[in-house]
Design a binder for this molecule. Structure first.
Ligand code: GLU
Length: 469
């Protein structure tokens, strides 16, 4: 069974690169009815593990990644790791090394001075004598002395490291705590992980882990090392580029569908499809299609996807999502039809929920200034507005369609161009020449408020022309 995992070190929040790794592992498991586990790698970190784990789970919950089984904490598994260290010692596959830090440093300096790569010289590998007193030994693995460590990476292809390049690395420190590569190997094996998808910053750990798999007699999983996410200038992502916490994207008004769709395409492709629902991702994801070239974080593309998913969302969903964005009380006071009409009108032009929320506030608060310069024929504009003020009845405001009819009747009666009526109306209602459709704005504001806004506009223009004269 395909079994994958996400194994974050608890660092406070889950960032975008971490979520991508989690997503790939999750999708692969889900694509073939496998299991997806979460393991918190908290052995040598003094950070606040509980909060960091909660932050990860909160982000998972938001985007909808369900984890199978119990969450594993490495800090609670020390005994298991120690047992495996002991097993290797008993089998003669690992040994105590009594070299002090100072001795090791002296050795390294000598090697450097000779132009050699600093490396432990295996002096305790076959040591049979009496150990020096007062030294707490580390445990080292007996790495192969010759040949090579090879594996086929699902992204990088054939990876081969010559034995001389690897020394007998430490698997347990002098305080008895096993090292990073050791605990990762033991956990992945005991958890039955079949496929490891992770960042290529871990590529250099893999040969060491393979040596450990072999020593412990465990089956080696498939590895996929995915390239980093770079910014548009080809550099490592900084906070400014988007290396923020996943929940920051929620606060900025991104939809989880947009974020997941964006992330899945950072390093994975399926034909030339760009838009993927979660169901499609689960159906199509295959790590064979992971790209070997670094992927580029394009904020523009994220916005494009977000705009797409906002446009696809029905008003009820948008209403629920916008609840986090402090919608104006005046929005809640609107009727159901008016709310839906406003959201429908705004959603086709918004790239984020935050933008939509401010769009709502903008429509629902009376303008404080007017783009008078956009009106070519002010006299005609004022006359049109005055006529409308007389013509509009409460009945017209029953629907967008009835409003449309009344407006068209006026346009035809007067033999005017549509714009000659709609533009002054828009400016009187919303203050600006742009924004949502006029009929929609009228319908949302309703009879009384629309007329109030016309009057306020006419008063404003009267005062403005008094001031000019
Ligand atoms: N804990 C490691 C990290 O957060 C991941 C280890 C792994 O995936 O093997 O980068």
């Amino acid at each position: 069974m395909v079994t994958t995992r996400f194994a974050p070190s608890p660092t406070g929040h889950l960032h975008i690169g971490g979520l991508r790794t989690a997503l790939f592992n999750y999708l692969y498991a889900r694509s073939c009815g496998g299991r997806f586990y979460l393991r918190i790698e908290d052995t040598d970190l003094d950070r606040n593990v509980k909060e960091a784990t909660e932050a990860i789970l909160k982000a998972f919950e938001w985007v909808g990644l369900e984890v199978d089984g119990q969450i594993l904490y490495q800090s609670q598994r020390l005994d298991i790791y120690k047992r495996h260290v002991q097993q290797l010692l008993d089998e003669g596959k690992a040994y105590y090394c009594y070299m002090s830090k100072e001795e090791l440093e002296t050795l390294r300096e000598t090697q450097r001075a000779q132009g050699l790569t600093p490396r432990y010289d295996r002096r305790y590998r076959d040591f049979k004598g009496t150990p020096p007193s007062g030294v707490e030994p580390v445990v080292r693995i007996k790495a192969p002395l010759n040949g090579e460590v090879r594996f086929k990476d699902g992204v990088k292809g054939e990876v081969c490291v010559r034995a001389e390049e690897l020394d007998d690395f430490v698997i347990a420190r002098s305080n008895g705590v096993p090292t990073y590569n050791f605990v990762v190997t033991v956990d992945d094996a005991l958890m039955g992980i079949s496929d490891v998808i992770r960042g290529d910053d871990h590529l250099s750990n893999t040969p060491k882990q393979i040596i450990l798999y072999q020593a412990l007699g465990f089956k080696i999983p498939n590895f996929y090392h995915v390239p980093m996410i770079l910014n548009e200038q080809g550099h490592k992502l900084s906070k400014r580029d988007g290396a923020m916490g996943v929940m920051d994207y929620k606060a900025l008004g991104y939809l989880k569908e947009a974020l997941l769709n964006f992330l899945v395409r950072l390093g994975w492709s399926h034909k030339d499809q760009e838009i993927f629902s979660l169901q499609e991702m689960k159906a199509f994801f295959n790590p064979k299609d992971l790209n070997s070239a670094p992927s580029c974080f394009s904020p523009h593309k994220l916005d494009w996807l977000n705009a797409h998913y906002i446009k696809e969302s029905p008003p009820d969903l948008l209403k629920a999502l916008l609840a986090d964005f402090n919608l104006a009380a005046s929005f809640n006071a609107l009727g159901q039809m008016q709310q839906d009409t406003l959201l429908e009108a705004l959603k086709s032009r918004a790239t984020s929920l935050k933008e939509m929320a401010s769009g709502v506030a903008k429509v629902l608060s009376a303008p404080t200034s007017y783009a008078l310069d956009k009106l070519k024929n002010k006299t005609q504009a004022l006359e049109v507005l005055k006529t409308l003020l007389d013509r509009f009845t409460e009945q017209d405001f029953i629907s967008v369609e009835t409003l449309d009819k009344t407006l068209h009747a006026l346009i035809q009666d007067r033999g005017l161009k549509a714009g000659a009526v709609l533009l002054p109306l828009r400016i009187a209602l919303l203050g600006e020449a742009g924004g949502i459709g006029v009929k929609e704005a009228l319908f949302v504001l309703g009879f009384q408020q629309s007329l109030d806004r016309f009057k306020a506009f006419l008063d404003f223009v009267a005062v403005a022309s008094d001031e000019i004269h």
